[in-house]
Design a protein around this ligand. Structure first.
Ligand code: FAD
Length: 368
C-alpha cells in the first residue's frame, strides 16, 4: 500500500528535487496535505545559472524560480531531525510535522573554507554577495577541480577580472576523461591562467601552491566539493541510501543530490540538475504506487567554459578515445561518441538525441 488517499506528505528540502516531487505528487493524484519545508528564505529555484549567467550578469534572482504545484510552502526553516518510526519531522522552530509519506530532498552542503573571506557559490545569497565583490575586484583566484571551478573562473574572466584557476592535476580527467582537456584548453585559450598544484593552501587574498609559489588576488573563490545534507544521522556518511525505487522505507523516499540509489548494477549517486528533477518525480511515484518502476535514467550533465557549452549523456569517456561523429574539436564544435556515452562540445543537439546517441553502438579506440 502506498500513502493513503487524503494522507499528509511532507517534503523536506527546497531545491529542484523537492519541487519536482511536489509537482509529480499532484499530477499522480495525491489530493491530501502537501507541505514543503525549505531551509532557505526563498522558494525553490534553479542553481545552475548562479555560476554562469547570474554572475556574468545575464539573469537575475527573480528569473530562477521553480514551480512547486499546489503545496504549503514553509521557507526559512530547517528540519533538524526525522523520527522514522514515529513518522514525525522536527523543525528548528520547535514544530513537529507528522506525516503519512515523506520525501527527503535536502541536497548537499557546500564545503566552506574556515576563512570567511574565501567565497563559495552555492545559493542565491552567495551569488549575490560574490557578484557585488566581483564589481570591485581586478583579480581573482579560483580554487577547485570540478566543473563548478571552471564555471566560476569563466564568470570572473567574463567580467574582465584577471583570473587564475588553481586545479589539482588529473582530478577533472579522473571523472570526465578527455572532456577535461576540452575544458582546460578552452579556459587557457580564453586567457585564464591555469596553475596545477597537487596541494597547497589558500586564504585571505592568497593561494600558496605545492611548489611554494604565492598567488595573490582581490577575490578568492573556492569550489572544493559538497557533502550530503541529511537529517537522519544514520545516513550522514553515505547520503540517503535507497533501494532501486528511491525508497528508504515504504513511507519514505529520497531524491536529488542527497540520495544514492542501490540497484543490481551497483550504488549510483548523480549530483546533477537533470537527475534531481527526474529522481524527484520518480520518488513521488514510488511513494504513492507500490508498482512504481525502478529508477534507471540515462545520466545527463552539462557545463560551460568561456562560452563553450559541453553536454554529456551516459557514462563519461574514461579510458576511451571518443569518435568524432560531426564537427571538429580543434574548431570548438564537435559531436562525440564512445561506448555508453556521447557529448556535444559547442554543438547544438536536443538532449533526447544526445541520450539516444549515448545508447547506440559506437566506434571507439582504446587510449594508450
Ligand atoms: C552554482 C552551481 C552550479 C551548478 N551547475 C550545474 C550544471 O551546470 N549542470 C548540472 O547538471 N548541475 C549543476 N549544479 C548541480 C545542481 O544544481 C544540483 O544537482 C541540484 O540543484 C540538486 O538538487 P537538489 O534538490 O537535490 O538539492 P539542492 O538544489 O541542493 O537543494 C536542496 C535544498 O534543500 C534545503 N535543505 C537542506 N537541508 C534542509 C533541511 N534540513 N531542512 C529544510 N531544507 C533543507 C537547502 O537549503 C536547499 O535549498 C550546480 C550547482 C551549483 C551550486
Amino acid at each position: 500500500m502506498g500513502v493513503p488517499r487524503g494522507g499528509r506528505i511532507v517534503v523536506v528540502g527546497g531545491g529542484p528535487a523537492a519541487a519536482a516531487a511536489a509537482v509529480a505528487l499532484r499530477e499522480i493524484g495525491h489530493d491530501g496535505g502537501l507541505v514543503i519545508v525549505g531551509g532557505e528564505p526563498r522558494p525553490p529555484y534553479s542553481r545552475p545559472p548562479l555560476s554562469k549567467a547570474f554572475l556574468s550578469g545575464g539573469v537575475e534572482a527573480g528569473d530562477l524560480a521553480l514551480g512547486v504545484a499546489d503545496a504549503e510552502l514553509r521557507t526559512g526553516v530547517r528540519a533538524i531531525r526525522v523520527d522514522l518510526d514515529e513518522r514525525r519531522v522536527h523543525l528548528a522552530d520547535g514544530e513537529r510535522l507528522p506525516y503519512d509519506g515523506l520525501v527527503l530532498a535536502t541536497g548537499t552542503r557546500a564545503r566552506r573554507p574556515r576563512d570567511p573571506s574565501v567565497e563559495v557559490v552555492s545559493t542565491i545569497a552567495d551569488a549575490e554577495r560574490v557578484s557585488a565583490r566581483m564589481a570591485r575586484a581586478r583579480s581573482a583566484l579560483v580554487v577547485g577541480s570540478g566543473f563548478l571551478a571552471y564555471e566560476l573562473a569563466s564568470a570572473t574572466h567574463a567580467r574582465g577580472i584577471e583570473t587564475t584557476l588553481v586545479i589539482r592535476p588529473g582530478a577533472l580527467a579522473a571523472r570526465w576523461g578527455m572532456l577535461a582537456d576540452v575544458l582546460t584548453d578552452r579556459v587557457r585559450t580564453a586567457g585564464i591562467r591555469l596553475v596545477e598544484s597537487p596541494g597547497g593552501a589558500f586564504g585571505d587574498g592568497t593561494a600558496i601552491t605545492a611548489d611554494g609559489r604565492r598567488w595573490e588576488a582581490d577575490l578568492v573563490l573556492a569550489a572544493i566539493g559538497a557533502e550530503p545534507d541529511v537529517i537522519a544521522p544514520e545516513y550522514a556518511a553515505t547520503g540517503y541510501l535507497t533501494d532501486d525505487r528511491c525508497r528508504l522505507r515504504r513511507t519514505v523516499v529520497a531524491a536529488g543530490d542527497a540520495a544514492t540509489v542501490r540497484s543490481p548494477g551497483g550504488a549510483r549517486r548523480d549530483r546533477t540538475w537533470t537527475n534531481a528533477l527526474a529522481q524527484g518525480a520518480a520518488a513521488a511515484r514510488s511513494l504513492l504506487d507500490d508498482d512504481a518502476p525502478p529508477y534507471a535514467p540515462v545520466p545527463y550533465a552539462w557545463t560551460e567554459a568561456c562560452g563553450t557549452e559541453v553536454k554529456i549523456a551516459g557514462a563519461p569517456p574514461l579510458g576511451v578515445a571518443p569518435a568524432v561523429i560531426d564537427g571538429d574539436l580543434s574548431e570548438g564544435r564537435a559531436l562525440l561518441q564512445w561506448p555508453g556515452g556521447a557529448a556535444a562540445v559547442g554543438y547544438r543537439i536536443p538532449v533526447a538525441r544526445l541520450k539516444t546517441l549515448a545508447a547506440a553502438p559506437a566506434p571507439a579506440t582504446l587510449e594508450g
